[in-house]
Design a protein around this ligand. Structure first.
Ligand SMILES: Nc1ncnc2c1ncn2[C@@H]1O[C@H](COP(=O)(O)OP(=O)(O)O)[C@@H](O)[C@H]1O
Ligand SMILES: [Mg+2]
Length: 316
């Protein structure tokens, strides 16, 4: 349904191009869910914003294709792109539940999301608001309440309702449970799972938590330093992780309550974009590194059918 091929994205900073995402490829298949994991700063949000062509002003897609049913979204005019954005592919932005307008009622904000795209009259809009709220488990009478009267979990439900306003086929959820407590996280994940089966959605779940991926996803894409480290179905990746980074991540299972940029079991930090290693980006932190890793960046190779790894020593 959606296939990303060789996506590379730069941010222009003081005249230099920072390579935030490089040569990333994956597929979002109909009715399946894919988890996108990796430490903070590895390019997850940049990749997701690229799918919708909603990068910030200093971001540039420098190469690649984003094929939706065979149509390259990167070749469309901005006008044509509007037929896909929200209507086919929608996103719950990272941190958006904290960006609701504090002085507007929740129901009005959902109505606004609908009217932005659909020409419905007031009565039809109100009905659609009701449907969406029911879909995400918010009681209809709460439409008249303001964001401060909503808990974090309820605000996230409202954001999910807005993202579904135009009946998308693909829903991207960028760290939808970060900053929610564990009970509420589980409820939001249940909701996503339920929406997936009820609406036949494909879900792209961005998270730094592999536990969440294990529970909810069919496929997993592990990113490191803007590149694909490992990609395959969840069973394969969890049972036979081939990339040292994935192995360390699986050992770490970071505490969901405290997202950090480093993981206890992986000393060090991801490489800064303005000073990327010449060879493998994980090399400075890798327990298996050899001279080859220092010198040469590994290509992504398919070591088994549908199991992709970027490591010189993946098959050892
Ligand atoms: N608007 C921007 N301008 C310059 N650099 C950016 C911008 N947005 C993100 N970056 C950088 O790009 C890299 C990837 O960021 P991001 O996609 O947000 O990662 P993630 O979502 O995995 O945490 C980071 O190094 C981040 O600092
Ligand atoms: Mg992010």
């Amino acid at each position: 349904m959606l296939e990303v091929r060789g996506l590379s994205v730069d941010y222009l900073s003081n005249g230099t191009a920072l390579h935030a995402v490089e040569n990333v490829s994956f597929k979002v298949e109909k009715g399946r869910s894919i988890g996108l994991v990796g430490e903070s700063g590895c390019g997850k949000t940049t990749t997701m914003l690229s799918l919708l062509r909603l990068l910030p002003a200093d971001g540039r897609i420098v190469s690649g294709q984003i094929l939706y049913d065979g149509m390259d979204l990167l070749q469309l005019s901005e006008h044509e792109m509007r037929g896909y954005r929200w209507n086919r592919i929608a996103i719950v932005f990272q941190g958006a539940m904290n960006a609701l307008n504090p002085v507007r009622k929740i129901g009005d904000q959902i109505a606004e999301a609908i009217q932005l795209h659909d020409r419905l009259d007031n009565r039809e809009t109100r009905q659609r608001v009701g449907e969406l709220m029911e879909m995400v488990g918010i009681a209809p009478e709460r439409a008249r309440q303001y964001p401060h009267q909503f808990s974090g979990g309820m605000r996230q439900r409202a954001m999910i309702a807005m993202s579904l306003a135009c009946n998308p086929d693909i829903l991207i959820a960028d760290e939808p449970t970060t900053a929610l407590d564990v009970m509420i996280q589980a409820q939001i994940l249940d909701l996503l799972q339920q929406l997936q089966s009820q609406l036949g959605l494909s879900i792209v779940l961005v998270t730094h938590d592999l536990g969440v991926v294990a529970e909810l996803c069919d496929d997993v894409l592990v990113m490191y330093g803007g590149k694909v480290a490992e990609y395959g179905d969840v069973d394969t990746i969890f049972n036979n992780p081939a990339h040292p980074y994935t192995r360390r991540l699986l050992e770490a299972f970071p505490d969901v309550d405290s997202p950090t940029s480093t993981l206890a079991s992986i000393p060090g930090y991801p490489p800064p974009l303005d000073n990327l290693p010449a060879g493998c980006r994980f090399e400075p932190r890798c327990y298996r590194k050899t001279d080859l890793c220092t010198a040469v960046s590994p290509d992504v190779i398919e070591i088994k059918p549908r199991h992709f790894v970027a490591c010189h020593h993946a098959e050892e």
